[in-house]
Structures are given as structure tokens and as C-alpha cells.
Design a protein around this ligand. Structure first.
Ligand code: GUN
Ligand code: ZN
Length: 438
């Protein structure tokens, strides 16, 4: 078995930091190393200790002075929206109807879906993102293209064929029966193959009839271990329209609750305007509210109340995501930069340790996958991002006066992007420097 020893400064979180001084929340080695065998981290610690435990013939890669962190995790995005990014719309519903739905119609073509899937995984790797939770389009072909590419690259991905049977162009609609049959087929074809996870994916209440929501419920009853992903409480007009469509529901969250869709593996994109009752329901079921900063600002949806949700008596689990293509950057560094600003506008702070926790271990915990990804702990998969805080001339100049780990992380988050990703490892193999060569 070939072993690789990857040397550099290493940072991995044990738990959420309580403050910027909470050094017990993470492990940092100024001369650290990881031993990787068959795609898995088998030892981590100081270079001296890991080197001593490594086989004699180990291959050594030296990334000093760069910082090695777990690969970033993006918990909500839409892979068929790569060509929707940067579309000029006043709000969510206009953006969906004018740009997004017509673009997603193109994914009926297998060749198009395959081309975009390849480009999608290239962007993930380029930006240091090694796991994403993705919406495909309504077409099964889009899910096939996505999972085939993820399997080929050995990446850990969560994704689903979107279920939608109303309020969209004909080319983007299935039926309750089709959404059941095709989601089952996607599960049979891809779930558990390589590192693929299939998510049950009703787009949102506006585009699913009650009959289709009932199908989502039956799928979850049949496959209770699967993730569920949908959208919730992103925009005021969306909320009002949902209550017209589901007049019997107490509120938007209750629409999903009525179909048994709340739970610890359920991810709800946005959750900006939840009432206290809705936040209680999310908390009681362990459901996850997904914060999508660049998208929320771009579409003018609102300011996600991160602290209000996590500090309440019944805290709501949260994660963070790009929401491509409502989001405006593939970079989780940029995503956290915008999250920081959203908290600033609410008189709250987001310290750099919190940010790096959120895009690694925090998001892994939100996905219930922290036993595999999101840390540098032995026994987990060797998905890594190697970060360079001096990747651009402006960053290098600023880096001259950085004198703590907190400063470095904050510089990376505030000024960094794909250029700061020196290398990305997927299951122990360099993936960024080898882009386009396999
Ligand atoms: N709500 C329903 N579909 C979408 C989508 O594609 N993007 C965003 N941001 N919100 C949605
Ligand atoms: Zn979305």
C-alpha cells in the first residue's frame, strides 16, 4: 500500500469555538503532518511524530509554509445554475422565472448535463470545496451526469433529482409518479456508489403539489437515512404565495412538517424570515437552516439571523453554503466574507475561527458526515485544502504584518478566493494541480 506524508501547518476543529480566544476548539500544528493511506488519514500530529510512525518508503509532500485544512464543504448549491450566475433580476421569483427555469430546461440533454457536470467539479476543486450538497435539475439525466462525474473523481457528494410538478415551464415539470419512480431509480443507481449520497429534493412548496409532497414523504419513509433538501422562507413574496397554495398549513415550515419532511438530515435553504414558532419546530426536529450569504445579498432576500437562531433557548442547527447560481461565488472563503458582513449589519461578530469551523467541521456535522469529512482526524477521508495567505500581490503585502493564526484566517477569508487554494486533495490525491490531466 502506498503511503503519503503531507507536511505543512495543520488546522482542524474539535468543536465550535466559543470565542476568538477559544484555542481548545481546534488543533493547530505549526509543523504538522498527515499520513494518508488508501485515501484515509491514518495519522495526524507534529511532523516529528507522524514521520516516526510512517513506513520507511513513504512519499513525502512538503507544503510549508502553507496551511492545511479539511476540504471545504458547501451545503447548498444548484449545479445546473452555473450559467445563471450574474443574472440581473430584482428578486427571487423574477430571477427564477426569467433566468433560472429556462436555463434548467437545457438539462434534458444528456450531453449538456455532462459538460456542465465536468465544469462544475472543476470549479469545486479549484475553490477547495471537496463536498457539496447539490440540486440537480428535474431531469434524471442531470443527476446521472452529476453522480457519474463525482464517482469518477472519488468525491463525497450529496445530491438529488429535483422534484417539481407545477408553477414552472412545461420542460421543467415531472408528475408525482415520475418524481417517485425517478428518485427511486437515482437512489438505486447512485446511492452508496463510491462516496455518493442521494438526497430527496422537492424544490420548494411553490413548485410541488400536495400530491408530490406526499410522494416526498413516502420516499423518506422508505429511505429514512437519506438527506432531504428544499427551500424555506427566503423571500416575502415566496412566503405569501406559499400560504395561498397551502392554506391549511400554520406557516411555511408547517407545509414541510405536514409531510414529515423535518428532521436531522433535512436541510432547508435560506430560512431568513422564520417566526419563533417555525424556529421552534426546526429546533425540535433537529432540522438544519442553511445560510447562503452571497445569494441572500444578491437577490435582496434579507439578512440571515444566524445568532438569533443559534443562541435561542431552542437553538436551530445551521450550516453555510454558496447557493450557486443565486450565489455569486464558488468560493467558501468569499461566502464566509459575506457572512461576516451580514453579521456586522446586525451588530454581531463572526470570528475567523468560527468561519473556518463552519465551512469544515460545522458543515460536516450539519450533514451528519463528521465521521468521514470536515476534520483531519485519523480514520476520516483525506479531503484537504492547502491555503496560501500570500496568493496575490495585495494579499502578500497584507500578509507581511500578519502575526497570529486568527489574523491569517481572517486575511484568507476577507481577501482570498480560488487563487488562495494552493492545492486541493480528494481522498489523498492532488486534484487541483492535476485538473484537466485525467
Ligand atoms: N427557491 C426555489 N428554487 C430556488 C433556487 O433555485 N434558488 C434559490 N435561491 N431559491 C430557490
Ligand atoms: Zn437554492
Amino acid at each position: 500500500m502506498t503511503s503519503t506524508l503531507i507536511r505543512g501547518r495543520t488546522l482542524s476543529f474539535r468543536r465550535a469555538p466559543e470565542s476568538i480566544d477559544d484555542s481548545g476548539a481546534y488543533t493547530y500544528e505549526s509543523d504538522g503532518a498527515l499520513l494518508v493511506e488508501a485515501g484515509v488519514i491514518t495519522a495526524a500530529g507534529t511532523y516529528a511524530t507522524v514521520r516516526a510512525a510512517a513506513p520507511e518508503e513513504v512519499m513525502e509532500i512538503d507544503h510549508r509554509p502553507h496551511l492545511i485544512v479539511p476540504g471545504f464543504i458547501d451545503t447548498h448549491l444548484h449545479f445546473p445554475q452555473m450559467q445563471v450566475m450574474a443574472s440581473y433580476a430584482a428578486n427571487l421569483l423574477e430571477w427564477l422565472n426569467t433566468y433560472t427555469f429556462p436555463e434548467e430546461c437545457r438539462f434534458v440533454e444528456t450531453a449538456h448535463a455532462e459538460r456542465i457536470a465536468t465544469r462544475f467539479f472543476d470549479e469545486m476543486v479549484r475553490h477547495g470545496t471537496t463536498t457539496a450538497t447539490a440540486y440537480c435539475s428535474v431531469h434524471k439525466a442531470s443527476a446521472d451526469a452529476f453522480f457519474a462525474e463525482s464517482l469518477r473523481r472519488g468525491m463525497c457528494m450529496v445530491a438529488g433529482k429535483v422534484m417539481m410538478d407545477r408553477n414552472a415551464p412545461q420542460g421543467l415539470l415531472d408528475t408525482p409518479q415520475m418524481s417517485y419512480d425517478e428518485t427511486r431509480a437515482v437512489i438505486a443507481d447512485w446511492h452508496g456508489k463510491g462516496r455518493n449520497h442521494v438526497a430527496i429534493t422537492p424544490r420548494f412548496a411553490i413548485t410541488s403539489t400536495p400530491e408530490q409532497m406526499a410522494v416526498a414523504k413516502s420516499l423518506l419513509c422508505e429511505f429514512p437515512d437519506l438527506h432531504v433538501q428544499t427551500h424555506l422562507s427566503e423571500n416575502r413574496d415566496e412566503i405569501a404565495y406559499t400560504s395561498e397554495l397551502y392554506p391549511e398549513a400554520k406557516d411555511y415550515t408547517d407545509v414541510y412538517a405536514r409531510y414529515g419532511l423535518l428532521g436531522p438530515k433535512s436541510l432547508f435553504g435560506h430560512c431568513i424570515h422564520l417566526s419563533e414558532r417555525e424556529a421552534d419546530a426546526m429546533s425540535e426536529t433537529g432540522s438544519v437552516a442553511v445560510f447562503c450569504p452571497t445569494s441572500n445579498l444578491f437577490l435582496g432576500s434579507g439578512l440571515f439571523p444566524l445568532r438569533a437562531l443559534t443562541r435561542r433557548e431552542k437553538p436551530v442547527r445551521v450550516s453555510i453554503a454558496s447557493d450557486i447560481g443565486g450565489g455569486t461565488s464558488y468560493s467558501m472563503l468569499k461566502t464566509l466574507d459575506e457572512a461576516y458582513k451580514i453579521l456586522q449589519l446586525q451588530g454581531e461578530r463572526l470570528n475567523p475561527f468560527d468561519s473556518f469551523y463552519m465551512m469544515t467541521r460545522g458543515n460536516a456535522e450539519a450533514l451528519s458526515l463528521a465521521d468521514r469529512i470536515g476534520t483531519l482526524e485519523p480514520g476520516t477521508d483525506a479531503d484537504l485544502a492547502v491555503l496560501d495567505m500570500a496568493a496575490t500581490p495585495a494579499m502578500a503585502l497584507r500578509a507581511e504584518v500578519v502575526n497570529s493564526l486568527a489574523d491569517e484566517l481572517f486575511l484568507l477569508q476577507t481577501m482570498g478566493d480560488d487563487r488562495s487554494i494552493f492545492e486541493t486533495y480528494v481522498a489523498g490525491k492532488p486534484a487541483k494541480s492535476t485538473l484537466g490531466t485525467t
